[in-house]
Design a protein around this ligand. Sequence first.
Ligand SMILES: *[C@@H]1O[C@H](CO)[C@@H](O)[C@H](O)[C@H]1NC(C)=O
Ligand SMILES: *[C@@H]1O[C@H](CO)[C@@H](O)[C@H](O)[C@H]1NC(C)=O
Length: 293
Amino acid sequence: MNSKITLVLVLLGLISFINAVEYRPVVVLHGITTDNTPMELLVKWIEEALPNTYVVNMEIGNGKIDSIFMHMEDQVEEYAAKVAADPKLANGFNAIGFSQGTLVTRGYIQKYNNPPVYNYISWNGPQSGQFGTPFVNIKWIDKVLGTTPYAEWAQNTFSCAQYWKDPYKLEKYLEVSQFLADLNNEREVKNPIYRERITSLNAFVMSYSTEDSTIVPKESGWFGFYANDTQSAIVPLEQQPQYTEDWIGLRTLDERGALIKFTTDCVHKDHPSADACKPYFTNFTLPWLSEPL
Ligand SMILES: *[C@@H]1O[C@H](CO)[C@@H](O)[C@H](O)[C@H]1NC(C)=O
Ligand SMILES: *[C@@H]1O[C@H](CO)[C@@H](O)[C@H](O)[C@H]1NC(C)=O
């Protein structure tokens, strides 16, 4: 063959190879009291940085109202059904959760993970629970959270009551919490599958914001939480039995260098929906989405 033609063919092959670089699909999930509209900017950031990447801006139920009133377990189940029904996600995906969406996403990983999540990115989630109002910014609901979050009707009614963790009432929390106490393997009988699924992640990337006044304590984004019976200090994850006894596999991940932390200085709601917060996306999230398949 003529060597010029060979060269052209090689170059064409190279160009189509470069064009064919593919990234894992991404599923993003919003927080409480909104629908998925605020996540549209994040979707755009991903699509601009990684052209042709398939991004799902997940919606659960009808969005805003269901984010408050749909049981967390049902939200997880719907997430699982939707990703399982999407053929483009069949080989797995990266998942970004924001705020309450971090817990729904982690619920999916620990209870389903089929198709599997590769990198799990948790933006400012109440990973060790929430203990502070205003949270929902609907007065009567915030009042219930502040007074009777562990009443059976409250647990049955509000998603956020199911991850409400009152450090002064830990026994009650462990007894009645309809979501988080189980998800965090805090009860006496541990679910070994939870640890298996979390340690199957390639990476678990988590943030909190130093300016966050919605998630309380804000360090809950890194699994920090108040000490028992007091709000005087935050006990970091590494000093909790959650870590030392490796209840859900966080210590195993950390020892593998796969538990990644970062902080931001964006107010809570701005994370997915303000251009000022984009540098945090670029520096601390995009690298985890950028590994070619
Ligand atoms: C309080 O903290 C201690 C030490 O971390 C722990 O052993 C104990 O189980 C905690 N109490 C409750 C009710 O969780
Ligand atoms: C992101 O990284 C760039 C380049 O290293 C740096 O200049 C910038 O300050 C970083 N921004 C944030 C928010 O971390």
